[in-house]
Design a protein around this ligand. Structure first.
Ligand code: PMP
Length: 360
């Protein structure tokens, strides 16, 4: 009988709650509004020839490399950052090799590691979710072949310094160090310019968040030219579809759209954090477009809170199942009016008498 590989069968599946997402989308850290109007105009000009032909990635890769100020052979466009993570696992993990992640973090590092037959080493973040450099250093062995860090981290919003990441990269030269900068635009700090200090550092960026193009599935991986040649060799030459490739130059050219959206998000994050502080609700200061807050002390509290918000037409993400996040929900920050609606609804909840459950 046909049977999948053991590593695949034992990989926990990840089913993001995508069904029935009706309401204000504060649950997936997407742009809560839209992409640049220039992207939409380009999409409207797509013709039958664009669809009939296989997509050509290289010219758009050149534009992206120039935009990022890196060499052209250092860049690979991917089907979202998810594909970049997948490719790194496929390229560097033999069965039994170790991949280190710092939990809680983004789920796909664990899934692609397991599916490749890798051994997952989960290092717990500190109580306040700060980066546990000493513990991560201690977890490095000769079998460590991948270290995946989200910076800023999802769902905590915490960050790691470039010096710490480079120290780690030097301590584990046999491992690929992925710095997942999916939320870079909201943080503003990157390791990109210092990446060449260690040949094993990879940087990933996405167009799913600030750029508002999650549906197009577009990410970029940057790394040492020689390593990227190998990764390119195992990726599909058509991994990024023609519509995404047509739109990317327009998205990159409209930096004022991104800057204006990011400014609104940063202001909104401050408004939410201030409101939570005033009401004595525990939260973790975030450098991303989201805030993790405590809705209570049990899974039930977080589920109830999320349900109440859904009834008010606002979708938030229950993160209770994540390590150290019992009773917590993650709320995406979006446009000014979306934050206003969120704050009004949070106040309504309080009036409804739920504050007892989510007080510190
Ligand atoms: N990395 C992190 C840290 C994320 O939070 C997410 C999305 N939730 C992704 C990667 C996935 O990005 P993409 O849509 O580009 O696959």
């Amino acid at each position: 009988m046909l049977k999948a590989r053991e590593a695949v069968l034992s990989t926990p599946s990840y089913h993001p709650p995508l069904a029935g997402r009706v309401g204000l989308r504060l649950d997936f850290n997407e742009n809560t509004d839209s992409c640049s109007p220039r992207v939409l105009r380009r999409l409207q000009r797509v013709g039958s020839q664009d669809l009939a032909k296989y997509p050509e990635r290289e010219p758009v890769e050149e534009i992206t490399a120039d935009f990022l100020k890196v060499k052209r052979n250092e860049v690979l466009l991917t089907n979202g950052v998810d594909e970049a993570i997948h490719l790194l696992c496929q390229t560097y993990l033999d069965p039994g090799d170790e991949a280190i992640i710092v939990v809680p973090t983004y789920s796909m590092y664990a899934i692609y590691t397991k599916a490749a037959g890798g051994e997952l080493i989960r290092v717990r973040a500190a109580e306040d979710f700060s980066f546990p450099l000493t513990a991560v250093m201690k977890a490095v062995t000769s079998r460590t072949r991948l270290i995946a860090l989200a910076n800023p981290n999802n769902p905590t919003g915490s960050v790691v310094s470039n010096d710490e990441m480079l120290a780690l990269a030097h301590a584990a030269p046999q491992a690929a160090l992925l710095v997942d900068e999916a939320y870079f635009e909201f943080y503003g700090t990157t390791i990109l310019e210092r990446r060449r200090e260690a040949a094993n550092v990879f940087v990933a960026r996405t167009f799913s968040k600030a750029y508002g193009m999650a549906g197009l599935r577009l990410g970029v991986l940057i790394g040492d030219g020689e390593q990227m040649r190998v990764l390119r060799g195992v990726s599909s030459p058509y991994n990024v579809n023609a519509l995404a490739l047509a739109c990317l130059p327009e998205a990159l050219a409209d930096q004022s759209y991104v800057a204006e959206y990011v400014a609104e998000v940063l202001e909104g994050r401050q408004r939410l954090e201030h409101a939570l502080e005033e009401r004595g609700v525990q939260f973790w200061p975030s450098r991303g477009n989201f805030v993790l807050m405590r809705a209570g002390h049990s899974k039930m509290d977080a589920a109830l809170f999320s349900e109440q918000m859904r009834n008010e037409g606002i979708l938030v993400r229950d993160r209770s199942a994540d390590e150290g996040c019992e009773g917590c929900v993650r709320i995406t920050i979006g446009r000014r009016e979306h934050v206003t609606r969120l704050l009004q609804t949070l106040a309504l909840d309080q009036l409804a008498g739920t504050q007892g459950a989510w007080r510190r």
